[in-house]
Design a protein. Structure first.
Ligand SMILES: Cc1ncc(COP(=O)(O)O)c(C=O)c1O
Length: 401
């Protein structure tokens, strides 16, 4: 069965070029980058090259990039590293309700250690209010952490303005850009955060590697992992050389793609899917900011149909997507993001997230829209225009595919 992958916000397929760049690291360049001999030096050279490529994608200086094990570690390092380093200055952090659990749980853990996190609400499109942000920053606030793009809805926050507000108040600003880097241009000189999280596996790189951009001049963060002084004493542990090399290659490819978007680009794929679904299915609602949104993300609710039913129906047809509710301990947990946007639980429970990637095609959008329309009609018990025998045959196909 031909499969279609529409869950690129969860993870992306590894680019073949990335795999080719990584393979020699397992065989030829296996040295420890801290070793002084030639084997060590050749591994070090490859890390340095990758650092330049990662920095190049976000217009940073290579010295501002610290390699980590991924987006979660980068978020944790930014938040806890700042909190611990600046604890004598203040113990408050401002964040938002729709952050990734990597951010929210880091803030929760800090709350157990005597820090306080002020969590800003969002509007119905998922954006924070900048006046509320201004009001939330107090004398003892040391960090504002607000994501660039939301993984579920694609909503983009007003990062440049948030950075300005934080800077004017003398507070550091971290942004989780795990979902935006590689999908849209991200320029740290323009957005001007102090700290920015990136994850390789969201941009066709390998899993288990990421980076934290730390602006030159930013106070020294307290490391999460102490060790042998790697990453200029900012992150201990022998480097994941193959992962870092793959990450570098993925960043180089992403930069080329963003400079000269091929046909079709993410937005045209997403818009084709959106218009086909809206044409063919009644009672569909779109979540997220209408304009300021990632070009690849579609968060939709289908009246009267469970998201899990849709997800399973699509999965049976070889189409992978995400639902707005996750099953936890046998009950459906509505997404904290959609809940924070004021969307009622029953709508959340009928929602799906479809996230396209560079390898998807316009034909696949046709196939997915057609399958969705069929599954929704069936779930709603609508007349499909087919005879009883044809419906029975459909059911048979559905269970054998
Ligand atoms: C916005 C955001 N931040 C952080 C992460 C965590 O990244 P990683 O899987 O590399 O730990 C994710 C992953 O889903 C994400 O979407």
């Amino acid at each position: 069965m031909k499969t279609i992958y529409l869950d690129h916000n969860a993870t992306t397929p590894l680019s073949p070029e990335v795999l080719s760049a990584m393979l020699p690291v397992f065989t030829e360049y296996f040295g420890n980058p801290s070793s002084v001999h030639s084997h060590g030096r050749s591994a070090r050279v490859r890390i340095d090259e990758a650092r330049e490529r990662v920095a190049g994608l976000v217009n940073a200086h290579p010295g501002e990039i610290v390699f980590t094990s991924g987006g979660s570690e980068s978020d944790s390092f930014a938040i806890k590293g700042t909190a611990f380093a600046l604890r004598d200055k203040g113990r408050r952090i401002v964040t938002s309700q729709t952050e990734h659990p990597a951010v929210l749980n880091a803030c929760r853990e800090l709350a157990g250690l005597g820090f306080q996190a002020d969590c800003l609400p969002v509007d119905r499109h998922g954006r924070i209010d900048l006046e509320q942000l201004e009001a939330a920053i107090r004398e003892d606030t040391v960090l504002v952490t607000v994501q660039h793009a939301n993984s579920e809805t694609g909503t983009l926050q007003e990062i440049e303005r948030i950075a300005e507000i934080a800077r004017a108040r003398g507070v550091l600003f971290h942004t989780d850009a795990v979902q935006s880097v590689g999908k849209i241009p991200v320029d740290v000189k323009k957005l001007s955060p102090d700290l920015l999280s990136i994850s390789a596996h969201k941009l066709n790189g390998p899993k288990g590697v990421g980076a934290l951009y730390i602006r030159k001049g930013c106070p020294k963060l307290t490391p999460l992992i102490s060790g042998g002084g790697q990453e200029k004493k900012r992150r201990g542990g022998t480097e994941n050389v193959a992962g870092i090399v793959g990450f570098g290659k993925a960043c180089e490819l992403a930069k080329d793609r963003l400079r000269s978007p091929g046909t079709p680009c993410l937005e045209s794929l997403r818009e084709r899917l959106r218009s086909l679904v809206m044409e063919r299915v009644a009672g569909v609602e779109l979540f997220g900011h209408p304009e300021s949104r990632l070009p690849n993300t579609l968060s939709l609710a289908f009246d009267g149909v469970g998201g899990e039913t849709l997800l399973i129906g699509l999965d049976v047809e070889g189409i992978s997507v995400s639902a707005g509710s996750a099953c936890s301990s046998g009950s459906l947990q509505p997404s904290h993001v959609l809940s924070a946007m004021g969307i009622p639980a029953e709508k959340i429970n009928s929602s799906l997230r479809l996230s396209v990637g560079w390898t998807n095609t316009l034909e696949e959008m046709e196939t997915v829209a057609e399958a969705l329309a069929r599954i929704v009609r069936r779930a709603r018990g609508e007349n499909t225009g087919k005879t009883r025998q044809e419906r029975a045959a459909d059911r048979l196909i559905d269970t054998t595919r």
